[in-house]
Design a protein around this ligand. Sequence first.
Ligand code: ADP
Ligand code: MG
Length: 401
Amino acid sequence: MPLARRSHLNLRLLSSVPRRQLAGQRVLVRIDINTELIGGRVRDLSRFQAIKKTVSWLTDREAIVILLAHRGRPTKRQAALSLRPYLRPLQQILAQPVSFFVQPIGSRALQLAVQRLQPGQVALLENIRFEPGETNNDRRLAKRLASLGSLAVNEAFSDSHRGHASMSGLAHFLPMVAGWQLVQELKSLEKYLSRPKRPYVAVIGGAKISSKLGLVRKLLRQADAVLLGGALANTVLKAEGVAVGASLIEPAMIRAARGLRAASARLHIPVDVYVSSTAAGGARRRAVGMVRPTERILDVGPDTVDVFSRALKTAKTIVWNGPMGVYERPPFDRATKKIAQVIARQSAVAVAGGGETIDAIRRQRLDSRFDFLSTGGGAMLEWLEGKTLPGVQVCMKGFRP
Ligand code: ADP
Ligand code: MG
């Protein structure tokens, strides 16, 4: 088995940090609570629940907890992407007050504010992506962040595929250990997917093929069937010369997507779709190839769902990432719902990952029918590709910056 598949065995664990290194110490915890707001409120609390165990582990041991998190993809300080709306759900789930510090990293004001925190208290810093150096892993930012504490914890599996300053950058200046949830995610992925029982069927959908093409290629070699839906499939259809009208596609990916199907009979793409020509319009069914220039493909059709269902019914292992359509906007949620139901009815091992995919599963209350729901979309996909995630690597025993 490749090392990357056993990475959880090789991690420095939060649970093995001695009490004296926690009591009265400031601990930076990178979390991922990036969650969509609906009507100004957080509806899906799963990412908040996922961090609870690590935070209480620390506060129970009299550590001072400083939470680092992001929201969306800001390019500058933007009030619309503040973490403030996360504060209330965070306090509710942690069942304790959480201070919110908006002062820039490296400022004297922030330094003083964190120094005033008492053992057992928790603070959240403002959107870490407001800092210009976060996404390009600026060393000075990582160093300034590190100066706020004496230990770092990675509790953001779903962000661990990014080598950002508050993730892997921090580990150059502070010891970094793996939080409970991070370890749990790696263990579960390993348990269910490192030696999948066959037939092994993958369902891949969602918005961007650019982030998933590498994985699709890999899965075409590893899995017995790969079922493609979502906007992802539009680009593949387009690459095959099929008219997709005004559908969401990624023009830059057409060349790379060309020949995917010719390369493997294991790839299944939509044979029919639901389209709409206006933003608020209803659904019209079209055979693939019959989409008109003004129409947008917003879901895969019932014949496609049948083809996919047949493949899923033979499976012993199923992995799913990415909705089949714009499931947020009924009636374009039909295929996603149906696929979730088909998977839920199977006795096969079933793993799903990705923010929207899990949301779609939860909306139907089918979560308990899955063996494992990973918080990671991109991170789970990179794990599946066999990559060692940068945020995991820095928590490994023997890691030296
Ligand atoms: P996940 O969060 O589960 O990893 P992605 O982020 O890759 O999934 O993709 C989810 C998004 O893809 C959803 O917001 C959904 O509306 C969008 N999507 C799916 N199918 C289409 C389509 N045909 N056209 C436009 N967007 C789509
Ligand atoms: Mg997503």
